[in-house]
Design a protein around this ligand. Structure first.
Ligand SMILES: C[S@@+](CC[C@H](N)C(=O)[O-])C[C@H]1O[C@@H](n2cnc3c(N)ncnc32)[C@H](O)[C@@H]1O
Length: 249
């Protein structure tokens, strides 16, 4: 499976999943969960910046990776109406659905792997990556984390989540079982907690907190791992000695 093939398959899958995510968008329980998650992100952000709280008029910059129909944007705006939100999304149908709800927030439609590292260097206070990183092969997940690391400000926080699996598997096609009307196949990883945390800590992040949450769907219970991280060290310190030599010249 080469890179572009799996991204194209995932793009087609999410083009077909708009209604599934609109239903989640309209579900008050899901919205409450998103708001609680975002409150936790703001508490962590305040803590690493030695502040007691973040006032609601603070204009934080937030990158929403794989923003879908904009489920998280509602929570961001209700807690921080002045925040600057950049949604990034692969699927055109998702982008359209998001723009119907939030006309004033343009969605950047792109495969994150095609966005240049320098595009957003040190721009974001918060990067929000909910149910996103497991959609990449292990090699590409490292590239995505590297981009996130360079896009986060040094005092910023990353929220990242995935489902947990007792039987983790390699990157492969799976059918999304919750959508019974069609066989929607997309590529994903199934992580165990240990492997997921190691992925983060091996790629420049320090875990500040992690929690697990059950989600009951029609036919099973999913276990989500929610992790809040900060950058391990300044970008300069992460570079290899030869990179540093090039920078000095
Ligand atoms: C599982 S959904 C999660 C949506 C939303 N973040 C949430 O938590 O409800 C993953 C989203 O990531 C988008 N996505 C998948 N691969 C992507 C890529 N390579 N670049 C940008 N977005 C991508 C999908 O189109 C989809 O909308």
């Amino acid at each position: 499976m080469n890179k572009s093939n799996y991204i194209e398959i995932n793009e087609r899958a999410y083009d077909c999943l708009v209604q599934y995510y609109i239903d989640i968008f309209n579900d008050p329980v899901s919205q409450k969960i998103k708001s609680e998650i975002f409150e936790g992100i703001l508490r962590a952000y305040a803590k690493i910046n030695n502040r007691h709280f973040i006032p609601c008029d603070e204009p934080l910059s937030i990158l929403d990776l794989g923003s879908g129909v904009g489920i998280a944007i509602q929570s961001f705006l209700s807690l921080l109406p002045n925040s600057k939100i950049v949604p990034l999304e692969l699927s055109e149908n998702m982008r359209l659905a998001c723009n119907e709800r939030f006309e004033h927030i343009p969605v950047m439609r792109s495969n994150i792997l095609d966005v240049e590292q320098k595009e957003y260097a040190n721009q974001f206070d918060v990067v929000y990556a909910s149910a996103f990183i497991h959609l990449f092969s292990p090699e590409d997940a490292v590239k995505v984390l590297d981009k996130i690391n360079s896009w986060l400000k040094s005092n910023g926080v990353l929220y990242i989540s995935t489902t947990l699996h007792n039987n983790p598997s390699d990157f492969k096609a799976t059918i999304k079982k919750e959508v019974k009307t069609a066989n929607i196949e997309r590529y994903r990883m199934r992580y165990s907690k240990e492997v997921f945390i190691k992925l983060l800590t091996d790629n420049g992040f320090v875990v500040l907190e992690s929690s697990e949450r059950e989600e009951k769907t029609t036919d099973k219970t999913k276990l989500w791992l929610n992790v809040i991280c900060k950058k391990e060290v300044a970008d300069y310190e992460r570079k290899t000695e030869s990179d540093k030599e090039t920078l000095r010249q």
